[in-house]
Structures are given as structure tokens and as C-alpha cells.
Write a protein that binds this ligand. Structure first.
Ligand code: ATP
Ligand code: MG
Length: 258
């Protein structure tokens, strides 16, 4: 354990080392460094870097903060996860690189199982992610030995575990692909996602869509109280799009006035 802690410290330090404290985009650059570190450790796929770029572009439009609309979806997610009979959190290579400790803690808060589930699946990457999560306090992480299949998904993309995703009533699938979100929804599960792109198929398929950066959404969900009112995902998503367009109109006026 001592050696592991040491390794973790060294790696964490290297992530922070080369970015000046005063850099205006420090938070965003640190996040990128964590993903690059994830690729180097064989946790994150190269395609995951591109997916993050798309997410960042939307985060820019949102002002890189959690607004009240995202917070409302986060509170709805907290409620659904706390009330679930068999809640499962699906973890991919981006989530593992960006919020390993926080996602383990979220599993503890919700009494949810964690299952590693990859779009670009290799057994080696699954094994490394499980080890990485264990290094951050995770226990009994599922996904290493899939024994069930999500109907409608070809090949390795459909693999999952019987005691985890297959039998879950509520699944939190952050940064998920649209086809897989749709397939989980078709199984009758309540699907919760975190996706910065409010226009993606995943965002429009899920029952609760949190349009926020995973690096803010997961820590928020560790603290937030469950939402008591009724939550309407379409209304919430539509409000996110209105928020972005209102913000852009304001910026457009300002640019003209300069
Ligand atoms: P879809 O398949 O749902 O139509 P897509 O093909 O555009 O969407 P995927 O690569 O399948 O996108 O899924 C990744 C999603 O995760 C993207 O919509 C991206 O915006 C989002 N994303 C990437 N990084 C983050 C992040 N750090 N926080 C939240 N969302 C993110
Ligand atoms: Mg996709």
C-alpha cells in the first residue's frame, strides 16, 4: 500500500508541475493533463481525448460553471440513485482518469456498484481501470468478467455483468455513447447521464441529463440533497439550450460594442 500511495503522489505531482498557478486556464489544463496521464497509463483511449475536446467546447459555451439548471438535474440524479433498488455507476476511461476517488465515494454514498464498461473495450484496459479505482479506495469493482449482454448492441459493446448493469434498475452512465444509452433505456432502466453536449443522442435519450463537466458534477453529487419536486428532463434540457443561446446573444452584443 505504501508503494501505491507513493506512486500516486508522484503521478499527481507531475500533473500539476508544469502549469503556472496564475495561468487563467489552469483548471482546464490540469484536466487535460489528467487525461493525457490516463492515456499513458493505458486507462483512457485516444478517442477519449477527442470526446473530451467536444465536451470542452460545450463547457466553454456554458461558462465553465455549474448553473442552476445543471444543479437541478444533479439533485434529481441524487434522488433517483438514493431511491434505487440496484443502482450501478458505469465507469469508462475518461471518468476513471478525471474523478477516480470521487466516483468511488459516489458509489459509497449511493450504495451503488461500480462497473467498468468501455466503448473501446480491451481486457487489458478494463484490468488497468479496475486497479486504478482500487488504488483510489474502490472495492469489488465489476466489469472484469462480463457474463451478460445488453440486447441490441453488437459484439463487445454489449458486454456487461449480470449482477451489475444487466440487473440495475437505475444506471448512472457518464460520458456515454448514444447507442448504448438507448439500449439501456430500451431495457426499461432509468438512465442518468453526465454529458456537456445537450444535443447529443445520449443527452436526449436519458431520463436525467446532467449538462455539466464530470469534474464538477461528481463532487457536486457527493454534497447535494435530493430534489423534492418533479423533474422533467425535456424541460430541463430545453432550458440548457436557452441558457447557452441567451449567453451567446449577450456576448455577441458585447463584441459589437467593443
Ligand atoms: P452521442 O453518441 O450521444 O450522439 P457523441 O457521439 O457526440 O454523442 P460520444 O463520444 O459518444 O459523443 O460521448 C461522449 C460525450 O461526453 C460527448 O457528448 C461529450 O460532449 C461528453 N463529454 C466529454 N468530456 C466530458 C466531460 N469532461 N464532462 C462531461 N461531458 C463530457
Ligand atoms: Mg457517440
Amino acid at each position: 500500500m505504501g508503494a501505491c500511495t507513493h506512486l500516486y503522489t508522484v503521478v499527481t505531482y507531475s500533473i500539476y508541475m508544469d502549469i503556472p498557478e496564475t495561468h487563467p486556464r489552469r483548471a482546464s489544463l490540469l484536466t487535460r493533463n489528467k487525461l493525457v496521464d490516463g492515456v499513458e497509463r493505458g486507462i483512457t483511449s485516444k478517442a477519449g481525448l477527442i470526446a473530451h475536446g467536444r465536451g470542452e467546447a460545450f463547457d466553454y459555451l456554458l461558462g465553465e460553471r455549474t448553473g442552476p439548471v445543471a444543479e437541478r438535474a444533479e439533485r434529481a440524479a441524487v434522488k433517483a440513485m438514493l431511491e434505487a433498488d440496484n443502482p450501478v455507476i458505469s465507469v469508462n476511461g475518461n471518468v476513471a482518469a478525471l474523478v477516480p476517488r470521487e466516483i468511488v465515494k459516489l458509489g459509497e454514498r449511493f450504495k451503488a456498484k461500480l462497473e467498468v464498461n468501455l466503448f473501446h473495450r480491451t481486457d487489458q484496459r478494463i484490468g488497468r481501470i479496475i486497479e486504478w479505482l482500487e488504488l483510489h479506495g474502490g472495492k469489488d469493482i465489476l466489469g472484469g468478467e462480463p457474463d451478460a449482454r445488453i440486447p441490441g448492441l453488437e459484439h463487445a459493446r454489449g458486454l456487461c455483468t449480470d449482477e451489475g448493469i444487466f440487473h440495475a434498475d437505475v444506471v448512472l452512465v457518464p460520458l456515454e455513447d448514444g447507442d448504448r444509452a438507448q439500449a439501456l433505456s430500451s431495457m426499461g432502466k432509468t438512465v442518468i447521464t453526465v454529458d456537456l453536449n445537450p444535443l447529443s443522442r445520449t443527452a436526449r435519450t436519458a431520463d436525467i441529463t446532467i449538462v455539466d463537466n464530470i469534474v464538477r458534477a461528481v463532487p457536486n453529487m457527493l454534497e447535494l440533497e435530493p430534489l423534492e419536486d418533479v423533474f422533467d428532463n425535456r424541460e430541463n434540457l430545453s432550458e440548457v439550450v436557452r441558457y447557452i443561446s441567451g449567453r451567446l446573444e449577450g456576448i455577441s452584443r458585447k463584441i459589437k460594442d467593443i
